[in-house]
Structures are given as C-alpha cells and as structure tokens.
Ligand binder design. Structure first.
Ligand code: BG6
Length: 498
C-alpha cells in the first residue's frame, strides 16, 4: 500500500522564460529576464544593478542571453511532453509568458499566435492525461515596464497585470485547473530585479550571498532596499488577490495557489537569542503565505515597518482586496536549509535576505546548497498547522554540472539519491497528517539556470544537448534518473530503489 494518495500529482516543473526560447518569434515581446546576460559558467547573473542593465541594453547585439534561446520548448513541446508522458507524469508545471500574449504589456488584445501556442500545449498535455499547473508570472514582465514604472515599485503595473491574468482565466479556465499567481513571491525582497523588476543603484548594492567575499550594507542602504522591495511586494499581493477573487467568481472549477521559496532555518545553538533569531526569520519566511492565505498583514510586520521607517503606500481598499482574495492551496519551492545566529558580526541581514551559515551536520550540493530532507518534513508539518490547506510542492531538486557520456546518457546517481530522500520525507509528512497533493521537481528537463543564466547547471531527468553559448543539437537524452522516476511514479512512490 502506497503512503501517497491515489490521485497524487507526480510531475515536474519549468518556466517559460527559462525553457521556451523563440524570444522574438510570432510577435513576442522581450521581458526582463531577456536582458540578463551570461557571465561565465560560475558567474551569478541575475543580481542586476543599474549599470548592468544599461550595459545589457547598450550591448544587446554582442552579449549572450541564454534565456532568449531557452531549450527551444517553443518548437519542441510535443517531443518534450511525449518524454514526460513516458515517465508517467500526472502533472506538468509551466508558466505562461506575459510577453508572448501581450508583447509590451499594453496591447488591448493578445497576440493570437501566443494564445494558440498555449492552447496547443494544453491540448498536448491532456492527450496524455497530464494536468497542467500554470504559473501566471514566473520571473517575467514586459521590459518597458522596468523603464516606465520601475517594475513592481509602481502601482501603475497592477491594472496591466490584472488584464493579463484575467485573460488567462477567461481563455484557459476549462483547460487548466491548477494556477499559481507569482513564482516565489518572497524573492522580490531577496533579489529585487528578478522578483520585481527593480533596478538597484550603487548605494544599495546587491550582495552575492554565497560569495566568499560578500559585503555589508549600511543601515541606510538596508532601509532603502526594504522600502522598495516591500512596496513592490504590496503591489504583487494586490494583483494576486484581485485575480484570485476574479477566478473564484468566474471559474470556480479553478484552484489558485500562492508560491513561496521555503527556507527552513535552525538556530546555530540552543541559546535563547539564537532561537529567537531563528523564530524571527521563520516568521518572515512564512509572512508571504500569511498574507496570501489568511488575507491580512500580520501585526508583527506592521510593527517592523514602523520601527524601521518603512513607509508603505497602501493601495486603496487593500484590506478588503486581500481579505477577498485568499488562495486555495499553498505551494512552495524547497531546496535547502541553513542556520542563523543572533551574532551580528557573523551573520548579517541584507535587505530581507540573511547570509547563510553552514550547518556542519549536512552535506552540500556542488553549488553549496545544503541538502536537508528532514527540514522539509518539519516545515510541511508547520505549514499544515499554520494554514490547514492542501500543499503542492512545486519545486525541489538538485542542480549539477553534467555532460553527456559516450553512452549518450548521464549517470546521475546523486540526483536519484537527493530526490529519493526528499520523496521519503514527503511520505513521512503525509503520514504525519499533512495534505500534500503533488510534487513537481524543478527543471524536469534541463533548462537555463536562473542564478547562473547558463545551461551548465542542470536539474533534469532529460539531458538537453545545448551549451552556454547556444551550441549543440538541442536533442534530448534520457538520464538514469528518467528511468528511476518513471518507476517511482508507476509505483505511486513506493519503489524508490535504484
Ligand atoms: C527557483 C526558481 O528559485 O529555483 C527557478 O523558481 C530556478 O526559476 C530554480 O531556476 C533553481 O535555481 P537555479 O538558480 O539553480 O536555476
């Protein structure tokens, strides 16, 4: 007997910006991730400062923009979906590209080729009984909104985004049951360009948290950062709640979830100071879902705003809008845990992002992400108690540098072992009484890495023959994990053996 429910949604996850390619085809406009350029196989690219952005625009013809190519899902979706179906997928997480439908974001009517493309993708998925799970905004917005509005900093973006989201519900409500509004909504506070299209000036430099150099922000810089990111976040909360309400009224068959990056935190030692710090950071991690699932700002964050001079310009009737737009389920990405200390010398706060300290009890991925399935089980239990809503785990996985062997495959035993331990933790959480409805590991087919903006960091069950410069056949190859995951799905999570 499987510990997973019969209708458990096994699958995998992608995003349009990282896999579709076909950037300017069939009327598509450019979006903000299309201006993030490649800086070498280990160079962080998405922490965009003003000068990076201006440089990218000035040197558009010379620079390498891997997101513009993706893995050419735009032309190969039938082949890709057939491979996912071969693994037995029940669910496929994808996003719709805002600029494939509304190239500048301002058009009255969507681009017909784009509309048709997504109908075709959904049709192909349904052919194999794969349930689409669609993110409305996965790190994408029309590029013009950055120059005109400073991204999500301005409330002027809300009506345009609402028009786009409303179109999605009206057009696709009978083909898509599960929706997410914003991917990893908490990222606007950690990585303002990525999550909110906000370009930082030099006075508020973007840290590279995993860089050994790092640097400290002044208190003033931290405050400015907080001010901008929380204002932008407020606008995203509003847009999200507005579309949830609209969908509930017009398409009751649809279920809409939030999506946040779950970051489990332990105190470094049992000292009360460290424990309190871990508690505070955990509350902050949960705050995003609090607003979207409970429909109001918790008191502590309002007090944090007051104490830190953060002056939010509240949207008209925001309390009512949030209260009427509560999500139907909780969704999350989970990759790692870390530890916190109250010692300011050893761990600083950067905007709302804490520098990670290493947990000596855990192993690292080759990118320094600490592997911790038990933290997932703990957090799932906490989420059950806090929200009492179904939970969809829509991202998890192991990124690694990989090359296709002479035998035309990749022996990714490390990925199998990572996924096995996390699936076991999910099964344990289900036994603990957590209502988990699905699991879609990230990058089920190799795609462009978000942080490195390169093909080198791979997550897939399926290898894509493309390199960082765009060379390669783009042909697809099954890795060892492909066959392993197929068995896992066929046994409904019971057979996790090699
Ligand atoms: C999540 C994002 O944060 O992590 C994805 O939603 C991203 O878009 C994934 O690709 C993995 O991150 P990375 O940087 O390894 O690609």
């Amino acid at each position: 007997m499987s510990r997973f429910p019969d209708n458990f949604l096994w699958g995998g996850a992608t995003s349009a910006a990282q896999c579709e390619g076909g950037r300017c085809l069939d009327g598509k406009g450019l979006s903000h991730l299309d201006y993030v350029y490649y800086r070498g196989p280990k160079g962080f690219c998405n922490f965009v400062l003003k000068e990076d952005y201006e440089y990218a625009k000035e040197h558009e013809t010379e620079l390498n923009f891997p997101n513009r190519r993706g893995i050419d899902f735009y032309h190969r979706y039938k082949e890709d979906i057939a491979l996912l179906a071969e693994m037995g997928f029940k669910s496929f997480r994808m996003s719709i590209s805002w600029t494939r439908l509304f190239p500048t974001g301002k058009e009255e009517k969507p681009c017909p080729e784009g509309v048709e493309f997504y109908h075709n993708v959904f049709k192909e998925l349904h052919k194999y009984n794969i349930e689409p799970l669609v993110t409305m905004v996965h790190y994408e917005m029309p590029i013009g909104f950055i120059d005109e509005f400073d991204g999500w900093l301005s409330d002027k973006i809300i009506p345009y985004c609402f028009k786009y989201m409303k179109f999605l519900i009206d057009e696709y409500k009978d083909e898509v049951k599960y929706w997410l509004t914003f991917n990893e909504i908490n990222m606007v506070c950690a990585v303002p360009y990525l999550g909110g299209g906000i370009i930082l000036d030099r006075y508020e430099p973007m840290p590279v948290p995993s860089s050994p150099k790092g640097f400290k922000l002044t208190e003033e810089a931290n405050r400015k950062w907080d001010q901008k990111s929380h204002q932008a976040l407020h606008h995203q909360f509003i847009a999200s709640a507005m579309i949830v309400k609209y969908a509930h009224e017009t398409a009751p068959q649809c279920l809409i979830g939030n999506m946040f990056n779950l970051h489990h935190l332990y105190p470094e030692t049992p000292s009360p100071e460290n424990a309190f710090r871990a508690h505070q950071e955990t509350e902050f991690n949960m705050f995003f879902s609090d607003v979207m699932a409970k429909g109001y700002y918790p008191k502590w964050i309002l007090s944090y705003y007051r104490k830190n001079g953060i002056d939010i310009k509240w949207y008209d009737n925001y309390e009512e809008i949030l209260a009427n737009g509560k999500v139907d389920f909780i969704s999350l990405s989970y990759y790692l845990s870390s530890i916190v200390t109250a010692d300011p010398e050893r761990q600083e706060k950067i905007g709302q992002f804490i520098r990670r300290l290493k947990n000596p009890y855990l192993k690292d991925s080759e990118f320094g992400w600490q592997i911790d399935p038990i933290a997932l089980r703990i957090s799932l239990n906490e989420l059950r108690d806090r929200f009492n809503l179904p939970i969809y785990i829509v991202e998890n996985g192991l990124g690694a540098f990989e090359e296709l062997g002479e035998d035309k495959t990749v022996h990714d035993t490390y990925r199998i072992s990572y996924l096995r331990s996390h699936i076991e933790a999910i099964a344990d959480a289900i036994e603990d009484g957590v209502d988990i409805i699905g699991y879609t590991p990230w990058g089920c087919i190799d795609l462009v890495s978000c942080s490195l903006v390169s093909m080198s960091k791979r997550y897939g069950f399926i290898y894509v023959d493309a390199d960082d410069e765009g060379n390669g056949t783009y042909d697809r190859y099954r890795k060892d994990s492909f066959y392993w995951y197929k068995k896992v799905i066929a046994s409904n999570g019971e057979d996790l053996s090699d």
